[in-house]
Ligand binder design. Structure first.
Ligand SMILES: Cc1cc2nc3c(=O)[nH]c(=O)nc-3n(C[C@H](O)[C@H](O)[C@H](O)COP(=O)(O)OP(=O)(O)OC[C@H]3O[C@@H](n4cnc5c(N)ncnc54)[C@H](O)[C@@H]3O)c2cc1C
Length: 418
């Protein structure tokens, strides 16, 4: 966020304006800044999270009291207000496919051209860019340096490259953790890339890749619509039958093993280390690690949701909550829980057969040959020596037995709905 703001400030300065930093409560700071500059109206991009909506309401109230017009605008999503899309029965959609069908047929707002010149009324103090410390965070240092370059220039470049070279193969390659998706999510999250622009640049491209990519963008709008219409999902399950009935376990050691990528299941661990190391994780692996937390370790999905929000560069209340509720089978997804139990070993065999991804994030497995990469704990003591990977020493033993925990999860879910 700070990197993106820094670039935005430079762009605004190049146009003759500035990005002004103030610290305080938005409902006090914004009307006061508007008064200072003699503004007659204040414009901003709407958001759907319950926090953002409460914040905006109090800003609007105080702007009105000061006689200043409040002008929220759509901008975060492809359609203007995903939450206002209604079914034939005038209800919000709660299933993705019919939502996506209605979404596809809606008009799109035109993209505004970048202004060539801006002026700033008066000469307000531009303020200092905050530091991580100012925001109450510690500097993670270089150890956790991400591969994402912040800002609009990098966003446009990444979008251009993917839409030119990557999207045609997207349908085939998108499930491979080692690469194949656009990696545009942090840019969409921070407003460095307009989702309308991303869709527009797809243009008239036909074929499976562009079609699936557009559908993925629709998922983003769908989860915004769900959150907008059902803000209670940030605290509880979308499906009422699962509220308070799932008998979640508490185990700090298991939670920590999951967070730090030390569960003994290579695909899960690679994903969790990618999350810490790069601030991002591939979608298929997000599903695998989320299923592992909730259906192998039986820990509450809200723990996972929180950890993701803390680590993800694309952390977004609506998509994150939607993703977690989907994998936990408590959300809008109509498929039953027993059809959404990810086997981390089969997933690895299918989507990372040569171990490219797993080896990238787990150096301890660097010398382990392909045939042992999925179940390294099955190596004999001699093999462990030979391949420099002593189980329980260099790399952990599995913290649970997937086959057993799967059965327990089925029991837990069955008990919840009986
Ligand atoms: C448990 C869980 C948590 C998630 N948390 C987030 C989150 O906090 N923020 C976030 O942006 N996405 C989240 N996702 C969705 C998805 O994993 C990411 O959007 C995707 O991995 C981003 O990579 P990409 O840009 O390469 O995606 P691509 O495959 O290239 O897709 C293009 C864009 O479509 C959107 N998109 C794709 N899949 C989804 C989806 N399932 N739901 C919503 N939007 C989607 C994203 O904006 C993405 O950038 C989560 C998924 C799961 C299973």
């Amino acid at each position: 966020m700070l990197g993106c703001l820094e670039e935005l400030r430079t762009s605004l300065r190049d146009l003759g304006a500035d990005l002004i930093f103030r610290r305080g409560r938005p409902e006090e700071v914004i009307p006061s800044l508007a008064r200072e500059g003699g503004a007659s109206s204040v414009h901003w991009t709407e958001d759907v999270s319950p926090f953002a909506r409460r914040r905006d309401q109090s800003v609007v109230r105080n702007l009105a009291a000061a006689g200043i017009e409040a002008c929220p605008h759509p901008g975060s999503y492809i359609v203007d207000r995903p939450g206002q899309i209604r079914s034939g029965q005038d209800r919000p959609y709660t299933v993705f496919s019919p939502f996506a069908k209605a979404w596809r047929d809606l008009g799109r707002r035109p993209r505004e051209a970048t202004p060539t010149r801006l002026t700033l009324a008066g000469s307000p103090d531009p303020g200092e860019m905050p530091t991580l410390k100012d925001l109450g965070m510690t500097d993670p240092g270089t150890e956790t340096e991400t591969s994402f370059t912040p800002g609009e220039t990098a966003a446009r470049k990444a979008a251009g490259l993917f839409l030119r070279d990557g999207v045609a193969e997207y349908g085939k390659r998108r499930n491979r953790p080692a690469g194949g998706t656009s990696r545009l999510s942090p840019y969409l999250r921070w407003g460095c890339l307009s989702p309308v622009e991303a869709e527009e640049r797809l243009g008239q491209k036909s074929g499976e890749g562009p079609r699936v990519f557009r559908a993925e963008l629709a998922w983003r709008d769908f989860y915004a619509a769900v959150l907008d219409n059902f803000p209670e999902v940030t605290r509880q399950e979308f499906q009422k039958r699962y509220r308070g009935t799932l008998n979640w376990q508490e185990d700090d050691e298991l939670l920590e093993a999951w967070q730090q990528g030390k569960t003994g299941y290579p695909l899960v661990d690679a994903g969790m280390r990618e999350l810490i190391g790069d601030g991002w994780m591939h979608n298929r692996v997000r599903m695998v690690v989320a299923s592992f937390l909730t259906k192998d370790l039986h820990l509450d999905w809200r723990e996972g949701e929180r950890w993701f929000m803390e680590c993800l560069l694309d952390g977004d209340v609506a998509s994150n909550n939607g993703g977690w509720q989907w994998v936990t089978s408590v959300g809008t997804d109509p498929k039953p829980y027993f059809q959404r139990m990810f086997n981390p070993m089969i997933q690895q065999e299918k989507f990372d057969p040569a171990g490219e991804y797993v080896k990238r994030w787990i150096p301890e497995l660097g010398d382990v040959p392909d045939e042992h990469l999925v179940r390294p704990w099955k190596m004999s003591p001699d093999e462990q020596e030979e391949f420099n990977c002593r189980i329980g020493q260099d790399y952990p033993e599995p913290v649970v037995d997937h086959a057993e925990e799967r059965l327990f999860a089925i029991e837990r879910y069955r008990a919840a709905v009986e």
